[in-house]
Design a binder for this molecule. Structure first.
Ligand code: PMP
Length: 421
């Protein structure tokens, strides 16, 4: 079978093309106007839009099924518990995890990382120990480790990157000394779109007995993730960037590690028995889910995954690759425009600066045309420093974006140059 890429996609007959017009109908918000113009939503790396099935799942749950989980013996509570646990099994299959007990529901990627830092980290990191992160991490991936290192007397080490936005793998290997307790790297960068060679990076760390945590916030919406094939020890992602609700995210962890780790928060649902003298914790995953969880949002995430998996994934990925190619080629010739990040492998994201024009001004001009862009440091100040720019304009794509929307972006950039240039 011919592998699908942007070229074969363009040459393919209509039946073999990703049907963007059809999927757009599933997203009510894409039908609305902003500033009198059809919405062009190019801020998917910040949060993605939600298909109708996700909105309906939330509506149905609150209208007909709402009850607390793991508690009541009544009909609704049993139904809610079954639905919540079914959502967990859905996420397990989505990530190809071995067992559903390895899937912990959290609020999002940030909480997942804080959980690992505060449990695995605090129980393992001793004075002089090291945590290795990369130069392209999101603050969610820097600050919890800094806090951990401060509390435990540990040290944060950083894998550098080159001008294209690719990590320097030789430097990475050199950092892996016997004091390293964890490698915590992003699967895909939110500022540059770089897709890191995580499988190789994990193999190198494992050869030295070092576990690896991957931040999948920007990968899970775009690529199939197989945690067993990757052999990562932890994986995280956020529901809201994966076409699901806010307030729900996932921490995957290998069972053996999760079982050894102390709990994160104390409260109901994470205990087997409790007296004033002593508490016995529940087995995983309940040990890490204190208090009433985001039941509706877990069910909404299940609907998002169902939606995503009904799409033709190879066609979807080829469509996103084609959007990236088109945006890169159409923006590059604009005078004074500098692209930030040209990694070997990228997801659908372009970050750029315009000579003498602040990224916010580009964002404001685009907004007048109903185009949602991100302008700023994208929660990646160290990345901006590395490239010597205060801020960039960022357009990040999802499968429901079109060529015409990218053309609208290019026109807005030209207009910004006329007005401010
Ligand atoms: N990591 C990356 C790479 C991200 O892009 C983001 C969100 N911008 C996060 C972590 C944090 O995710 P959340 O805010 O959903 O916790």
């Amino acid at each position: 079978m011919t592998p699908l890429n942007a070229e074969t996609l363009l040459a393919a007959p209509a039946a073999n093309r990703f049907d963007v017009a059809r999927v757009r109908e599933d997203f009510p918000i894409l039908q609305r106007l902003v500033n009198g113009r059809p919405l062009v939503y190019l801020d998917n790396a910040a949060t993605s839009q939600k298909p109708r099935t996700v909105i309906e799942a939330l509506n149905r749950y609150y209208s007909m099924e709402n009850a607390n989980v793991h508690r009541g013996v009544h009909y609704l509570s049993e139904q809610a518990t079954a639905a919540y646990e079914r959502a967990r099994r859905r996420v397990q299959r989505f990530l190809h995890a071995r067992d559903s007990s390895e899937i912990i529901f959290v609020r999002g990627t940030t909480e997942a990382i804080n959980l690992v830092a505060n449990t695995y980290g605090r129980s393992r990191v001793r004075p002089g120990d090291e945590i290795v992160v990369s130069a392209m991490e999101h603050p969610s991936y820097i600050v919890p480790w800094q806090m951990l290192c401060e509390a435990q007397g540990g040290r944060l080490r950083v894998i550098p990157m080159n001008d294209a936005g690719d990590l320097l793998l030789d430097e990475y290997e050199r950092l892996l000394n016997p004091r390293v307790r964890l490698v915590a790297v992003t699967h895909v960068s939110n500022a540059l779109g770089t897709m890191n060679p995580v499988k190789e990076m994990i193999a190198v760390a494992h050869a030295r007995g070092i576990p690896v945590l991957l931040d999948g916030a920007q990968a899970a919406p775009h690529r199939e993730v197989d945690v067993q094939a990757l052999d990562c020890d932890f994986y995280t992602f956020s529901g809201h960037k994966t076409f699901g609700p806010t307030g729900i995210g996932i921490l995957y962890g290998k069972a053996a590690l999760l079982e050894e780790m102390p709990p994160f928060q104390g409260g109901g649902d994470m205990i087997r028995s409790v007296t004033f003298e002593r508490t016995e914790y529940a087995p995983i995953p309940a040990k890490f889910e204190a208090g009433t969880p985001s039941i509706a949002d877990a069910i909404g995430l299940e609907a998002a995954i169902d939606y995503l998996e009904r799409l033709d994934r190879p066609l979807m990925e080829a469509h996103e690759a084609e959007l990236l190619r088109h945006a890169t080629e159409a923006l590059a010739p604009i005078p004074g425009l500098r692209m930030i990040g040209a990694a070997r492998e990228k997801t659908g994201l372009v970050s750029f600066v315009l000579d003498g024009i602040h990224a916010h001004d580009v964002g404001t001009i685009a907004d007048r045309d109903g185009i949602a862009l991100r302008a700023g440091h994208h929660c990646a100040q160290p990345v901006m420093e590395r490239f010597g720019v205060p801020a960039t304009a960022r357009a990040s794509f999802a499968f429901y974006n079109t060529h015409e929307e990218i053309d609208a972006l290019v026109a807005a950039v030209h207009r910004a140059r006329q007005i401010f240039g």
